[in-house]
Design a protein around this ligand. Structure first.
Ligand code: GTB
Length: 235
C-alpha cells in the first residue's frame, strides 16, 4: 500500500497550537505507526473543485491511500483504528469493549464537541454582537454540564474513558483542547489531568511537532508585519 496522504492548512489559523483537525489524524497515524505524507492546501485550494472532489464541504482534513479517499476526521480516525492494531480493543477477543470504545468516539464528536464548537463560534464570530455578553454565559453553562459529566466518568476509571487508551481518548483529548484558553477546564481538575495524559504520549508529541513545523515554516515566509510570535503549547 502507498503511504497515505492527508490534507492540512498551508497556513493554519490555530497558530501552531495543534487545534486544526488534521491533528487528530496525524496523532492516530503516529499511534498505529503508519508513515504518512501531508499535502498543504490554501483556503482558495480548499474551495476549488479538485479538493471538493475529495471533501464535499471544502475543508481539511482529507485522507487518501491507494484504495480509499475519506473526509471527516472522525471517520478517518475510525478507519485507521479498524484497519490497524493499537487504537481499539480487538474485534474477536473483546468485541464488547471495542463497541464501547466506538460509542465513546461518537460521544466525543457528537455529545462533547457540539457545545464546545458552539462556544468557539460565539467567541470568534459573535464577539461584536450586542447580545454576546448575555449569550456567552448560557453557552458556557451548556459546556459546563458536559464537562462535569465527563469529569465524573473519568474519576471512576483508571485514567482513560474505558479501559486502555483508545481512539476515543484520542478524539476526546483533541475535542477538549479546543477549550484551552477558556478557563473552563480548570473548573474540573480531572480534565486537565486527562488532557495532560494524552499530550504526554510520544505519538501525540510527534504529531504536534509535525503540525507546528508547518505553522512555523509558513510564519517564517510571511511578510514581517504579518508574523506571529510562536504561541504557547497549550491553547
Ligand atoms: N466535521 C469535520 C471534521 O471533523 O473533519 C470538520 C472539518 C473542519 O471543520 N475543518 C476546518 C476547515 O477546513 C479546519 S479544522 N475549515 C475551513 C472551512 O471550513 O472553510 C477546524 C479548526 C479551524 C481553526 C482552528 N483554530 O484556529 O484554532 C481550530 C479548528
Amino acid at each position: 500500500m502507498t503511504i497515505p496522504t492527508l490534507t492540512a492548512f498551508a497556513r493554519s489559523p490555530d497558530g501552531g497550537r495543534g487545534l486544526a483537525r488534521d491533528m487528530r489524524v496525524r496523532w492516530a497515524l503516529e499511534e498505529v505507526g503508519q508513515p504518512y505524507d501531508v499535502r498543504l492546501v490554501s483556503f482558495a485550494e480548499m474551495k476549488a473543485p479538485a479538493h471538493r472532489a475529495l471533501h464535499p464541504f471544502g475543508q481539511i482534513p482529507t485522507y487518501q491511500d491507494d484504495e480509499l479517499a475519506l473526509f471527516e476526521s472522525g471517520a478517518i480516525v475510525l478507519h485507521l483504528a479498524q484497519s490497524r492494531p493499537g487504537l481499539l480493543p480487538d474485534a474477536s477477543a473483546a468485541p464488547a469493549a471495542r463497541a464501547r470504545a466506538i460509542a465513546w468516539m461518537f460521544a466525543a464528536l457528537n455529545t462533547i464537541e457540539p457545545p464546545i464548537l458552539e462556544r468557539a463560534n460565539a467567541v470568534l464570530l459573535e464577539r461584536d454582537r450586542p447580545w454576546h455578553a448575555e449569550r456567552l454565559p448560557l453557552v458556557d453553562a451548556r459546556v459546563r454540564v458536559r464537562l462535569g459529566e465527563l469529569a465524573d466518568h473519568l474519576r471512576q476509571g483508571a485514567g482513560w474513558l474505558d479501559g486502555d487508551f483508545s481512539a476515543a481518548d484520542l478524539l476526546m483529548v483533541t475535542v477538549l483542547r479546543r477549550l484551552g484558553s477558556s478557563g473552563l477546564l480548570d473548573e474540573f481538575p480531572a480534565l486537565p489531568a486527562y488532557i495532560a495524559r494524552g499530550e504526554a504520549r510520544p505519538a501525540y508529541q510527534r504529531a504536534f511537532e509535525a503540525q507546528r513545523a508547518v505553522f512555523t515554516a509558513a510564519d517564517a515566509t510571511a511578510p514581517a508585519g504579518a508574523r506571529t510570535t510562536p504561541p504557547p503549547k497549550t491553547a
